[in-house]
Every structure is written in structure tokens, then in C-alpha cells.
Write a protein that binds this ligand. Sequence first.
Ligand code: GAL
Length: 314
Amino acid sequence: MKTSFTPGKIWNDTDGVPIQAHGGGILYINGIYYWFGENKNGPTKQGGVVGFTMDAIGVSCYASTDLYHWENKGLVLSAVNEPIEHDLHTSKIIERPKVVYNELTKKFVMFMHIDTKDYQYARVGIALSDKVTGPYKYQGSIPPHDSDSRDMTVFKDEDGKAYLFHSSEWNAKMYIGELESDYLHTAGIYTKNFEKDYREAPAVFRRQGKYYLITSGCTGWDPNPAQYAVVENILGPWKVMGNPCVGSNAAGTFYGQSTFVFPVVGKLDAYIAMFDRWNKHNLGASRYIWLPICFLDDQMIIEWHDEWDLSSFG
Ligand code: GAL
């Protein structure tokens, strides 16, 4: 029985196999947490714009009721071997998958960064499923807000509106835009944020009427200082607050990069920040760093813990 989180250690699923869900996100539905992420269980190759890359495999899904034990639900969206032009061809990039549920269409909607190895294609791919564990049917990709899109995430608000956050203009700005009610298109209302700041790896959440956004700088697989921002209107203007991480290695985000933040259901004011600790020489061996977030009013603090559990939320 696992009863704690051990950031940076190998995390196995319930079959005793290391979890493959990088750049991931969590969806809580009907008492179960689903963790979607990049399956990187293949050889790392030299190349790509950031030096190390690999063939795309697809998106995995794991399920848990307690956040400690994760059952592998398999590849819910797979890369394809042909045709080579396909967005999901193994030669492409499938990164940072996030899934939200659309109450109107009753579909699970998966968003992901689709790219070519040179990161010139820069689109958001969308896939749909009637069941949370898939299989997800690929719908194609869009250049959201008629612009390029690399690291991205989707945030579904309490009123059912969903927003796409994407690094655009070669990562110089973070675009934030509303999605149509079916979540399949951008609605046209969007803002350009953190101009010339070059932020990526967005992880957004809502707490006590405010929105928080953690991002990283742009240094590929290598760590850099995280930064967070706070706002009352999700479209901005966001107030930059600084690095939420404190303690040793805080300047390198504990050798991690943000990917998602989610609330722990049934606990008050309990949020877990998810980071990837990339291993660029062996991407499939990249590890997970999950840490609890502390708040002092709207100030956010993330401290390192070798081991912690949900009781730390009180
Ligand atoms: C990072 C990005 C990752 C991945 C990596 C390599 O900057 O956040 O998702 O794309 O670069 O390209």
C-alpha cells in the first residue's frame, strides 16, 4: 500500500510498472481521478530543436481514487504509423494532453500540443470520446487565434466556460482565449499576456474567486525558475507575483517544470502542483514532482518535500 507521494522518485502503477504520463493533467469525475499524459516509453534520439527528442507514442490514462495508487487504463490516443502527413504520425510531437468534460455535448475533449520535430507546425490538436478512458477520436488541429501554439493547457471554469492558454508568437506571449460552448473552436475573445516574457508550461487553477497561473521560462528540457501570476478576470491583466518555489533548488523549480494544478476533492483549500522532472537523455525515465501548495492570502508558496501525504492539508 502506498500512503505518500515521493516527488522525483520512480512512481509505479498498480502493476508495478513506471507511470508514463508526462506533461500531464488530471480530470476528476464520479469519484475517480484520471491522469492523462504523454507516453514516452521509447528511445530518446538526438535531434529536434532542443537537442533531444523521440518518436510520438500517444496519450496514456491512469485512474485512481486516492491519488496514490494508479491503475493503467492504457493508451487512449495512439500515434499512427501512416500516413506521414497525419498530425499523430510517430514522427510528430504530441505533448501536454489535457482533458475536460463538456456537459452540453456529453463528450470528453482532449487538447494537446501537436507539432513537427522542428516545432514549426505549432498547433492544438483535439480529440473526442464518449468515455473518459477513451478511445479518443482525433478531430484534427487548429492554429488557435490564427496564431502559433506550443505549450498549452485548458482550464474549465465553474460556469462551464473553458479557456485555452497557449504560448504564441514563438513563445513571446501567452494567449488566453475562450472556447466555444462545444470546446471545439476558439470563440474569438482572447488576450495576449506576459508580452515578451517568454513563458511556457502553463498550469492554471481557481481559488477563492481568483485565478492562478504557474509557468516556466523557455529552456527546453532544462529547468529554470517558475513564475506565478494572479488575476480576478481570467483574461487579464495578470499580476506577476514571482517564483512560488522556496528553499534549495527553488531557482530551478526543484529540477522540474510545471504542467498542472488540481484541487484535492473533499479537502479545504488543498491544491497539488504537478511538475515534470525531465530526463533529456532518456525522456521515458523523466520523473514526476507533485507538491502541496500553501497560501498566505493570495501569495503562493511551494516547498520541497522528499515525502508527504494528503494529511498535510489538514
Ligand atoms: C519544453 C516544453 C516541453 C517540451 C520541451 C522539448 O520547453 O515545455 O513540453 O516541448 O520543451 O521541446
